[in-house]
Design a protein around this ligand. Structure first.
Ligand SMILES: *Cc1c(COP(=O)(O)O)cnc(C)c1O
Length: 344
């Protein structure tokens, strides 16, 4: 429950835990633009260390983190190779065209991955050709917002292609801890195949705000300057980083519980007449299903649930998505399933 409501819309709805609020209250803070905020410095250091990278940069959102990665890796007019359904293309309001002024060269996401042969084919081979843009970056998500996880093998293969053409790889790891939990690997194993990674602290990890971009010292120093350009140089922001430290240190190890709950939810949803559940897509904390001859359409279902104290999103491209997180219990899942069965 969050503020008296069951909330299946996203893991972004998670409010900070009691411990986080206490840590925020007690945080030692300073002016982070002067580099004085010990709590921010600690979060950046710990995150970098956790991912086996040299440095980290605390930013307010995952969008800013991704856009900073583009802004720092890519010169105006250069190309970024990325899957066509990714957050940078679909959910960042065209920022790549405005901030980095990058040309996005998207590749169909087939079965959750950009096919390797297409990635190779799409890389511009001749940087001296005056007609062609230059390829500057390959980026993809792990896990993605469709709840799909890329294997470590795939990450390695992408990195090998990138190395062959002397390109950096940025991984949008908004939910990288969910991916690592699903793969049962340490995030370092995944991170070795990325030059930079963006990590969200404010999704399933419950921090109220914040993402960290990690990479080499040199890259992060450049990104820090670019963050200032975006107006993202914040002052006593250790107030937020304090929650971020707990998100990083205490929360990843409990994500399996969210994944187990999602599995349980998927199994129970199959009992409901008129729902078609996509169990094969169910890898992390997300459950996908369609309404097939269900008594209510998507909009009516959202209203019906709202009246009964349950928040859900309507369908997107015909697909419904329920998300489990820290504030979803089995008991609440049972309640929602009962409501779904009772709808007329
Ligand atoms: C949530 C998310 C982001 C960042 O979103 P913000 O709302 O800006 O924090 C980036 N990429 C993916 C795949 C996400 O799911």
């Amino acid at each position: 429950m969050i503020n008296g409501k069951i909330d299946f819309r996203s893991d972004t709805v998670t409010v900070p835990t009691e411990e986080m609020r206490k840590a925020m209250y007690q945080a030692v803070v300073g002016d982070d633009v002067y580099g004085d905020d010990e709590t921010v410095n600690e979060l950046e250091r710990l995150t970098a260390q956790r991912f086996g990278k040299e440095a980290g940069l605390f930013v307010p959102t995952g969008t800013m983190s991704n856009q900073l990665a583009l802004f720092t890796h890519v010169q105006r007019g250069e190309e970024v190779i990325l899957p066509d359904n990714c957050h940078i293309i679909v959910h960042e309001a065209g920022a790549a065209a405005i901030i980095a002024a990058a040309q996005l060269r998207s590749i169909p996401n087939i079965g959750g991955e950009m096919p390797l042969d297409l990635v190779k084919q799409y890389i511009r081979k001749d940087p001296n050709d005056i007609h062609q843009p230059r390829t500057a970056l390959i980026t993809y998500e792990n896990a993605d917002s469709d709840g799909q996880v890329r294997s470590v093998k795939y990450m390695k293969e992408i990195k090998e292609v990138a190395v062959r053409y002397n390109l950096p790889v940025h991984v949008d790891g908004a939910r990288i801890f969910n991916a690592a939990t699903y793969l049962n690997v340490d995030v370092k194993e995944m991170a070795q195949y990325a030059d930079t990674i963006s990590i969200c602290l404010s999704k399933g990890l419950c921090a109220p705000v914040g993402s960290v971009l990690v990479g080499s010292k040199e890259f992060i120093a450049l990104a820090r300057r670019k963050r200032k350009i975006l107006g993202g140089g914040m002052r006593q922001v250790g107030i937020l980083a304090a929650a971020g430290i707990l998100a990083l240190q205490e929360m990843p190890q409990r994500l399996q519980a969210d994944h187990d709950n999602a599995k349980y939810l998927a199994t129970r949803l199959k009992e409901v007449k008129g729902l078609e559940v996509y169990e094969e897509r169910q890898q992390i904390n997300m459950v996908f299903f369609r309404l097939k001859n269900y008594p209510l359409d998507s909009a009516a279902l959202v209203r019906y649930m709202a009246v009964n104290g349950v928040r859900i999103n309507g369908e997107d491209n015909g697909m419904m998505r329920f998300v489990t997180h820290y504030y979803v219990s089995q008991k609440e899942i049972d309640q929602v399933v009962q409501l779904l069965k009772d709808a007329k």
